[in-house]
Design a protein around this ligand. Structure first.
Ligand code: ADP
Ligand code: MG
Length: 382
């Protein structure tokens, strides 16, 4: 049975009438990694894996929320002290609170929701959940909050109610996603632009290594510090450099002797990555997916050898993709685990997936997970 039918039936059985249906999506990022905090570009898109919710106001001051996937009900009020104990309910509570903080109206409602965005796999199921409710509440209560602010409601929910200090990309992609389009977001100015992504003859497939190495958060802070030191050195000669991504490649060479080898390599990656996002956009406008794929490999090389945020499992999957002549492959997300994102020609798809599962399992003792993704619509009413 289709997800929305199951959700509607559950809503009727719990509350005795139909709810209005809303959905929002998880996301991928085709290219542009570790560029966000350097004021550069990211290039995400919404995917065909969503959260779907049925919602109706209930005339009270309470929210009654039922999670189909956890088979749990949670009831909570709308004041700051009413924060629920269940982690999944905090996302909904946070969205309510952040909407209210922005002057929006939120009153009691009933909801039943479910999703097929894999949890914690790097596809941002939490942003899908936040965006679904941010969009739905805005519509139901007629608040007229613009889409960018809806994304910020999701981001603030993570910061203030879920303990995750995330950037804006995930919620932005979930709120702004459109079928057949990726969105280039300038993380400094927040300007964005849609680019066509219709890879006819190719598929996007994620291979999830199912590992998460512990290094991630301390390494992340060290990378940020490297970038800030390099940007400060360049700024002395070029005061217009606010973030590292503002610097030209030759400006980095000018400060070669003033910064450490490590900071130089990190910066080389970042400046290269910002340019690669622009190059991918050009290639997409020409419909040249072979170039897109080659740039993905270059990103993987940079993340592995210059920025040093890859790991054995991800390098293994990337190398296998290269060996099998897969069009493009790279680690997606911050690194040290998670997925590779692969652009694969249709005729190679099955062989690649089979080989990835078999060879990865043989080497690492557990199977990777495979997620096919299609670039699809973000937040919407169904
Ligand atoms: P991700 O990388 O997928 O965003 P997070 O840890 O940030 O991983 O968010 C996952 C959390 O979001 C889950 O632990 C749960 O609380 C909530 N969540 C996501 N999808 C669902 C769902 N289908 N049903 C209930 N809660 C969900
Ligand atoms: Mg998340």
């Amino acid at each position: 049975m289709e997800m929305k039918t199951r959700i509607q039936e559950k809503f009727i059985s719990l509350f005795g009438h139909e709810g209005d249906l809303y959905a929002s999506a998880g996301r991928i990022n085709l290219i542009g990694e570790h560029t966000d905090y350097n004021g550069g570009y990211v290039f995400p898109g919404a995917i065909d894996k969503c959260i779907v919710a049925a919602i109706k106001t209930n005339g009270s001051a309470k929210v009654r929320a039922y999670s189909v996937d956890y088979d749990e009900m949670c009831e909570f009020g709308l004041n700051e002290e009413d924060k629920p104990a269940k982690a999944w309910a905090c996302y909904i509570f946070g969205v309510c609170r952040e909407t209210i903080k922005r002057g929006g109206k939120v009153e009691g409602f009933d909801t039943v929701f479910a999703g097929d965005v894999p949890l914690g796999a790097g596809l941002s199921s939490s942003a899908a959940l936040e965006s679904t409710f941010a969009f739905a509440l805005n519509d139901i209560f007629g608040n007229g909050i613009d889409k960018f602010e809806l994304a910020k409601i999701g981001q603030s929910t993570e910061h203030n109610y879920c303990g995750v200090k995330c950037g804006i990309m995930d919620q932005f992609a979930s709120c702004f996603g459109k079928a057949g389009c990726l969105i280039r977001l300038n993380c400094k100015t927040l300007e964005y632009k849609y680019f066509p992504f219709n890879p006819e003859g190719y598929r996007l497939v994620l291979v999830d290594s199912c590992v998460k190495h512990e290094l991630a958060s301390s390494a992340y802070n060290k990378r940020r510090e490297s970038c800030e030191r390099a940007a400060a050195a360049i700024r002395k000669k070029h005061p217009e450099v606010e973030f590292l991504s503002d610097a030209k490649r030759v400006w980095l060479d000018e400060v070669r002797s003033e910064i450490s080898d490590e900071d130089f390599l990190r910066s080389e990656y970042v400046i290269g990555e910002v340019q690669r996002v622009l190059d991918v956009c050009d290639a997409l406008e020409r419909g040249d997916y072979e170039i897109v794929g080659e740039l993905m490999y270059q990103t993987h090389f940079g993340m592995s050898k210059l920025y040093e945020v890859s790991c054995e499992e991800l390098d293994f999957l990337n190398k296998l993709a290269r060996k099998m002549d897969v069009t493009g492959s790279r680690v997606m997300g911050g690194g040290f685990g998670g997925c590779t994102i692969n652009l694969v020609r249709d005729e190679l798809y099955q062989d690649f997936v089979d080989a990835a599962v078999e060879q990865f399992t043989a080497k690492f003792g557990h199977a990777p997970k495979i997620y096919d993704v299609v670039i699809s619509d973000g937040a919407r009413k169904l």
